[in-house]
Ligand binder design. Structure first.
Ligand code: DI6
Ligand code: FE
Length: 406
């Protein structure tokens, strides 16, 4: 399939006239799509001096951004629920009234694979144009083998077509499908015994997630899914303590989870367990904002415990219809009081770690695939300062100048 990405120019050569996040001048050499050297402009290896030049003109450079928590593939949209909430209904009341996740399940089941690909492609393009070079995409709006497979296949196709690293997460335990009403255990058995093994065998599952919440699945059900994942050697992560403290984070940490996400109601015990397990805290200010939540995640305690904090869009049609990771960085600072360096690490280094991609993404290091962004900005703080604009000059993704130009 011919795509715009395939036609983008190679980024191979010597990139000069750059400034790093520390404000210091720097240069990068790219060969065969990989970073082969990075350092000070006066230390460029002699062998690189004659390579084709890409002159940055003093542009700020950062690693490619990483959006580590999205539900990007779904049918329809849910602006009607936005209106219901404006009229006073809570997220839980909307869900109980037949809206919520289950209404996206209906629309996703009705949609063809190609139409899901087309709608998710358009959304993905917004994120890519802002510098995203790796993204997690969850299933969870199919809730049957056939329809979860369809979502995950679309996620894989998006990665190939757009030249972006996609990590797929199986979120079969997102909500109880209507045909299993009152039979939660039967559905969890289906998830563990049929759906997960089949999708894993098809190479569609990079990680497994559960929505552990009083409106979704219990701690015991969550553990059953984790056991099934562990038996197949698949890493886990968790939608934990968003609306209440269920003890999910401590459970996830016991299973060596990559991340616990949302965590507004996270307890100190949960924080300690995450710190000990090296589990990343994924902060989702878009959902906090949309739901007009008032319970702040325990940022100071996470910081004190040394838990790495990532920031993500949580893009989904119900609680976070957000398509700007920089806006999320801004909100993480304004709403959650992250420092600017924390917010930048949250959408690069720590986000990569939340996906198990810490050895290939999220930092500018020789030997890694060339994923970096040149910004029309003077100061690193501007990354989290502006909102509603796209200050990208160009994006090098998978070794190509994929967005913008010099
Ligand atoms: N947490 C979320 O943020 C989304 N799912 C979840 O478990 C919300 C999904 C939706 O409302 O469609
Ligand atoms: Fe989510």
């Amino acid at each position: 399939m011919t795509t715009r990405f395939d036609q983008s120019p190679s980024a191979d050569g010597l990139w000069t006239g750059l400034r790093g996040l520390d404000g210091q001048p720097c240069a990068i050499t790219v060969a065969d799509g990989r970073i082969v050297w990075t350092g000070a402009p006066d230390a460029v290896p002699a062998a690189h001096v004659s390579l084709p030049r890409h002159e940055g003109g003093g542009a700020l450079v950062t690693p490619g951004l990483v959006d580590c928590h999205t539900h990007l593939v779904y049918g329809g949209q849910r602006a009607n629920e936005f209106a219901m909430r404006l009229a006073g209904a809570s997220y839980e009341e909307v869900a109980k009234a037949g809206g919520g996740i289950v209404s996206s399940v209906r629309a996703t089941r009705e949609a063809s694979e190609d139409s899901l690909f087309a709608s998710a492609s358009a959304r993905l393009q917004s994120l890519l144009a802002e510098g995203v070079c790796a993204i997690e995409i969850k299933s969870g709006y199919g809730l049957s083998l056939e329809h979860e497979r369809k979502q995950l296949r679309v996620a894989r196709r998006l990665g190939e077509a757009h030249g972006v690293t996609v990590r797929t997460t199986f979120l079969g335990a997102h909500a109880l499908p209507p045909e299993y009403a009152g039979r939660s255990q039967d559905y969890i058995d289906l998830v563990c015994r049929e759906m997960l093994p089949a999708l894993h065998a098809e190479g569609l599952v990079d990680a497994v997630d559960v929505f552990c919440e009083r409106i979704a699945f219990t701690l015991a059900e969550t553990e059953q899914v984790f056991q099934a994942a562990q038996a197949l050697g698949i890493p886990v992560k968790l939608h934990a303590e968003q609306l209440s403290d269920m003890g999910g984070a401590a459970l996830a940490a016991r299973y060596g989870a990559l991340s616990c996400d949302h965590i507004e109601h996270l307890s100190q015990a949960g924080i300690d367990a995450m710190a000990a397990a090296g589990t990343v805290a994924v902060l989702l200010p878009g959902a906090y904002y949309t739901l007009r939540d008032t319970q702040l995640p325990p940022i100071a305690a996470l910081r004190a415990a040394g838990v790495p904090m990532a920031v993500s869009t949580d893009h989904n049609p119900g609680t976070s219809p957000a398509l700007s990771l920089l806006l999320m960085a801004n909100m993480a600072c304004t709403l959650f009081r992250l420092t600017v360096p924390e917010a930048i690490a949250g959408i690069t280094t720590h986000a990569a770690r939340a996906l198990g991609l810490q050895d290939t993404h999220g930092t500018l290091v020789a030997g890694r695939p060339a994923n970096f962004v040149l910004w029309k900005l003077q100061d690193a703080a501007e990354l989290a300062y502006w909102f509603g604009q796209r200050p990208v000059r160009c994006v090098v993704r998978q070794g190509r100048i994929a967005e913008g130009a010099l």
